[in-house]
Design a protein around this ligand. Structure first.
Ligand SMILES: Nc1ncnc2c1ncn2[C@@H]1O[C@H](COP(=O)(O)OP(=O)(O)O)[C@@H](O)[C@H]1O
Ligand SMILES: CC(C)(COP(=O)(O)O)[C@@H](O)C(=O)NCCC(=O)O
Length: 318
């Protein structure tokens, strides 16, 4: 898959990333002190995903340690800047962006990182928000002719997302974000997510690494201290999307309140075709046109194999 930004570095001489295969990355784990007890690892499984424990210790524990080190470094730098300005340093949260395709496993990774980071010293209070809360409500999307473009950059209220992250980073006592319900397939008018001065804020969403809409000005990625891009082969992600759709069809869609309740009575073949249509018409074009081109902007790229196991880790060193 072509990645225009990567061509800057692909001149045969240099790349901004150091690339480690899984074994080399996992070898870093024993030197990191384990912040999890066995019982806690079992609790992590309760997140609802079939997470392999080897995956947690080999891959995500070292990631959480690295994030914890970066958070300590950022806090020192922040103090030094305040000293330089002759100001009293105020605590500011370390902000992490998690990007990647629909169905690549962003939510699973973001929730796991929240649990792991909270167990390290200095970062006990971790909040997680997903950018779907900043999608325009369906009525507004329909008005703009964007109902078939949910998840594309223009389907979000990007100014409001930028304001939200700025306020959290600026140390506001309490900041509210809108809430998107997958059951309703829409923003819930009176529901909100409240963030209160966390040590770490994780912002997870398809397009969090996208450049500014107008090509200039600030965008949310300018406020991130660290970004993770979750990567996999497009054909594997398409399969994960269809499998998740089939699970939802048998589960959540059977709820009469679900926007997709009409899918509940489909045969498996019909549901498979419908999922494939949504993937082909919306999610894959969004991946190819908007999401994949942002991969080389990430600090860390986690490349998954066909079974969700991380096979390669790329860490930005330049
Ligand atoms: N590490 C993993 N091991 C096994 N299955 C996973 C893993 N991560 C995600 N999945 C599955 O892949 C699908 C997509 O994951 P999810 O976290 O919902 O993706 P996203 O938030 O990117 O849309 C889900 O069905 C989930 O159960
Ligand atoms: C809600 C989403 C846009 C993802 O939002 P995110 O939190 O990543 O910003 C996506 O899951 C979605 O619903 N896409 C629309 C196409 C589809 O029905 O899959």
């Amino acid at each position: 898959m072509s990645d225009p930004a990567a061509s800057l570095w692909n001149n045969g001489h240099t790349t901004p990333f150091v690339e480690l295969d899984r074994a080399d990355w996992a070898a870093l784990a024993p030197t990191t002190q384990l912040p999890l007890r066995e019982t806690e690892i079992v609790q992590l499984r309760g997140l609802g995903e079939p997470l392999d424990l080897g995956e947690v210790t080999d891959v995500y524990l070292p990631v959480s340690r690295l994030l914890n080190l970066y958070a300590a470094g950022a806090s020192q730098l922040h103090r030094a800047t305040s000293d330089f300005l002759g100001e009293r340093a105020r605590r500011t949260p370390f902000v992490i962006g998690v990007a990647g395709s629909v169905a690549v496993g962003k939510s699973t990774i973001a929730r796991l990182l929240r649990e792991l980071l909270a167990r390290w010293e200095d970062t006990p209070r971790v909040e997680l928000v997903t950018t779907d809360g900043f999608l325009f409500p369906n009525a507004e999307l329909a008005r703009r002719g964007l109902m078939a473009r949910k998840g594309f950059p223009e389907s979000y209220d990007r100014r409001s997302l930028l304001r939200f992250v700025s306020a959290v980073k600026g140390g506001a006592a309490e900041v509210r974000a809108p809430f998107y319900s997958h059951l309703n397939y829409d923003i819930v008018p009176d529901a909100q997510i409240v963030v209160r001065q966390p040590d770490v804020l994780i912002v997870e969403g398809l397009n969090v690494l996208a450049p500014p809409a107008t090509g200039h000005g600030l965008t949310v990625s300018d406020l991130f201290d660290f970004t993770v891009y979750v990567d996999a082969r497009t054909q594997d992600i398409a399969r994960w999307y269809v499998e998740r759709f089939l699970r939802l069809q048998r589960g959540a869609f059977s709820n009469p309140k679900s926007y997709f309740h009409r899918y509940a009575t489909m045969t498996e073949d019909e549901a498979r075709r419908e999922a494939r249509r949504i993937w082909d018409e919306i999610n894959e074009p969004n991946l190819v046109q908007n999401i994949l081109p942002t991969r080389s902007r990430a600090t860390l790229v986690l490349r998954k194999d066909e079974n969700h196991a991380v096979s390669k880790v790329l860490l930005r060193k330049l």
